[in-house]
Design a protein around this ligand. Structure first.
Ligand SMILES: *[C@@H]1O[C@H](CO)[C@@H](O)[C@H](O)[C@H]1NC(C)=O
Ligand SMILES: *[C@@H]1O[C@H](CO)[C@@H](O)[C@H](O)[C@H]1NC(C)=O
Ligand SMILES: *[C@@H]1O[C@H](CO)[C@@H](O)[C@H](O)[C@H]1NC(C)=O
Ligand SMILES: *[C@@H]1O[C@H](CO)[C@@H](O)[C@H](O)[C@H]1NC(C)=O
Length: 660
């Protein structure tokens, strides 16, 4: 191992380095930590330090892990490329989970440290303003964790997303929903830029597979437990039982704890997580996962397991444990890998770019200028951006290549949470849709091990995704009351109690169907009075209109299915024929006289017979007239003999020929 030296920036007063034995103990003093890497015998004098900024929420796990992966990435990179001229110097700022702190940190880095690029910020909300700052000062902002698609709408070319945006998974979600045939899904998401970023593309994807979104449930990032409960009760009263949850684990674990409390983690419910939670599941409180997230489905970004990844994980764990002995069993997740790759890409790009002109063009300060007015413009920003855009290499997460300033969508795993962890049940790729495993050649669209899924409530049967009357609502069913065809529906009024008794064939069928259903449906029959079929009176159309206007839930009766009506309401399959038939007169035009036997002898047949008559005569003549006296003489004689012969084949075929 190559010994490394970690020093603090000159302005930070302290220089601390231990001997070549490579174990370095560092104390964080002040906000700026500069990591300059050099190998043993490297000519340190010729390397040029290049300032870059890092803005992360250092109290969060993603922040801590990200930073350690970034430093490790740089030390790996420079120790394997000792001849490179540039060395990145990290200027780390803690954004303290605050948008303003992130903006202030970025401003400070750009203005005072004149950084060439900023890695971070961590969250999509923080990124919003920092992207504008980067755009103004031409400093590339490279975030490996701000995944909200809405950030792309800022249209800053100086924003580089070393990650996939959240929208890349929407087709995986909609395909899962389609595979199970759920027709409605409720979106539950955090009410901020991160949460709502995915919604337009997710709604579109669901619409494409014919799934409706009857309701969107927004949960404030600072919602109290009571507010979460209130929202859950609202969801409970709805018919839809499929919920797609897009939020971060902090809010998500509270949501699921409450959902468990009110009984929404029981049989019949379907919860689908976006990768917002599943990618960070390993860093979530495992007791919450085990107690209240059982049976949840999730979409998880898939990272192929490679030897270099395993190697990195082992080395990282050792290093991290050494530096932070207080953190037990640290777990890497995808953001660590992305941070590693992002730092490497940046180091490569800066090396490629060269170190000419690392300066900023500083604006002249007028008297009243604010900090933002006098922010400088990086002379190299455009060039650095070019280098980043052209960069391709094999990183920890596979091929790293930026398309439109972000990573391309890759594969997703479909997971099912059982016990303390998420179990893989299949994959989704853009080309092949759902797959049981990546290397199978079975490319049928929904080939996924559906049977192995354990749903909420430890159930193994696929939930149907809706509940007919979640809050004891009774269906209001119209039945026609009319003066004819009593066999179908008869409504008899009990005058004393003003109640109705409904019987008949249609009613029997309806009740048989209801009994077959695997759940209870409460309903009431409500008679619809027909007024005698006159044009002014009510008709079947009026009754159907009532269902169309949602005044009633259904109609049971002898309603004829006609094209116009089916535009307004859905019909069951027809279960009886109406019995109505049409009588029409039928005239038999076939003649029955004695000449009927001539009927098969058509004109074509007559013609063919005639042609053959001539043809045979001709053939006989050709064959015979050279050798047979009979076929010589005058033309009339020859023609006559030939035809006579031809005629005789029909008539005397069975006997000796008269003249031969
Ligand atoms: C700043 O002011 C100096 C002199 O006052 C002038 O030469 C220079 O062009 C100005 N620069 C800008 C960017 O306005
Ligand atoms: C600065 O602000 C003061 C008060 O608003 C104003 O009178 C003055 O003209 C401003 N100066 C410049 C250079 O804009
Ligand atoms: C998000 O990523 C997907 C797949 O890579 C891409 O098609 C889409 O345009 C991206 N959306 C935004 C807003 O960048
Ligand atoms: C078509 O059916 C609807 C629903 O029953 C009804 O309101 C409407 O009058 C019908 N239109 C025609 C042209 O029959």
């Amino acid at each position: 191992m190559i010994p490394s030296r970690i020093s603090f920036d000159a302005e930070m007063l302290l220089f601390l380095a231990l001997s070549f034995s490579a174990v370095i103990v560092t104390f964080c003093v002040g906000p700026t930590l500069a990591v300059a890497q050099s190998s043993n015998n490297n000519n340190n004098a010729t390397t040029i330090p290049v300032n870059v900024g890092v803005v992360l929420d250092l109290e969060t796990w993603v922040g801590q892990m990200g930073l350690s992966c970034i430093t490790m990435s740089l030390s790996d990179f420079y120790s394997s490329n000792p001849s490179y001229k540039t060395r990145l110097v990290l200027n780390v700022r803690d954004s303290k989970r605050d948008e303003v702190a992130a903006a202030a940190a970025a401003l400070d880095l750009i203005k005072n440290e004149q950084v060439q690029a900023i890695i971070g910020p961590q969250g999509s909300m923080q990124a919003d303003f920092v992207i504008h700052l980067g755009n103004k000062s031409h400093v590339p902002i490279i975030s490996f964790s701000a995944t909200s698609p809405s950030l792309s709408s800022i249209r800053s070319s100086y924003f580089v997303r070393a990650a996939q945006n959240d929208s890349s998974q929407v087709n995986a979600i909609s395909t899962v929903i389609q595979a199970f045939g759920w027709k409605e899904a409720v979106l539950v998401y955090v009410d901020n830029k991160f949460g709502e970023g995915i919604i337009p593309s997710l709604t579109n994807a669901l619409e494409e597979v014919g799934t409706q979104v009857p309701y969107r449930s927004l949960i404030s990032p600072s919602a109290t437990d009571d507010q979460i409960l209130q929202e859950l009760y609202k969801l409970m009263t709805m018919q839809t039982r499929v919920f797609i949850v897009h939020m971060l684990p902090t809010l998500g674990s509270r949501l699921f704890a409450k959902a468990k409390e009110v009984g929404m983690m029981s049989e019949g419910y379907v919860w689908i997580l976006t990768n917002g939670i599943t990618d960070l599941l390993s860093s979530m409180d495992s007791s919450i996962v085990a107690s209240s997230m059982q049976g949840v489905l999730g979409i998880k970004t898939y990272i192929p397991d490679t030897p270099s990844l395993d190697n990195f994980m082992a080395r990282w764990k050792m290093k991290f444990q050494k530096e932070n002995p207080s953190i037990l069993n640290p777990t890497l997740n995808i953001f660590g890998y992305r941070a590693y790759d992002a730092a490497r890409a940046l180091a490569m790009a800066i090396e490629e770019m060269g170190t000419t002109n690392l300066t900023f063009q500083v604006m002249n300060a007028s008297t009243n200028a604010t900090d933002l007015d006098t922010i400088g413009v990086s002379q190299n920003g455009q060039k650095l951006l070019q280098e980043l855009a052209n960069m391709t290499f094999t990183g920890l997460t596979g091929n790293v290549r930026l398309v439109d300033g972000q990573l391309e969508s890759s594969m997703f795993q479909i997971v099912n949470i059982n016990g303390y962890a998420a179990r893989e049940i299949g994959f989704w790729t853009l080309e092949k849709g759902l797959l049981r495993d990546l290397y199978s050649f079975n490319t049928s669209k929904y080939f996924i091990n559906l049977i192995s899924i354990i749903w909420p409530g430890d159930s193994t049967s696929v939930p149907k995704g809706w509940e007919i009357s979640p809050n004891g609502k009774r269906l209001k069913i119209l039945v026609p009351k009319k003066d004819s065809f009593f066999q179908f529906v008869t409504v008899t009024q009990d005058p004393s109690r003003n109640t109705f008794q409904v019987t008949g064939y249609c009613i029997d069928i309806f009740q048989a169907v209801i009994e077959k259903l695997p759940y209870d449906v409460a309903y009431d029959f409500i008679p619809f009075f027909f007024t005698d079929g006159s044009s002014a009176g009510s008709t079947y159309n009026d009754m159907i209109d009532q269902v169309f206007y949602k005044n009633y839930d259904a109609v049971v009766g002898d309603t004829t299915i006609i094209a116009n009506r089916s535009l307004y309401v859905d019909f069951t399959l027809p279960y009886t024929e109406s019995g109505v038939a049409m009588l029409v007169p039928y005239k038999d035009s076939k003649s029955k006289n004695a000449w009927v036997f001539l009927k098969p002898l058509t004109w074509d047949l007559w013609l063919t017979t005639g042609c053959f008559f001539v043809f045979i005569a001709l053939v006989v003549w050709i064959l015979e007239h050279q050798i047979n006296e009979e076929f010589r003489g005058s033309i009339a004689h020859q023609v006559g003999t030939s035809f006579w012969f031809s005629f005789s084949t029909m008539v005397f075929a069975q006997s000796n020929h008269p003249s031969l």
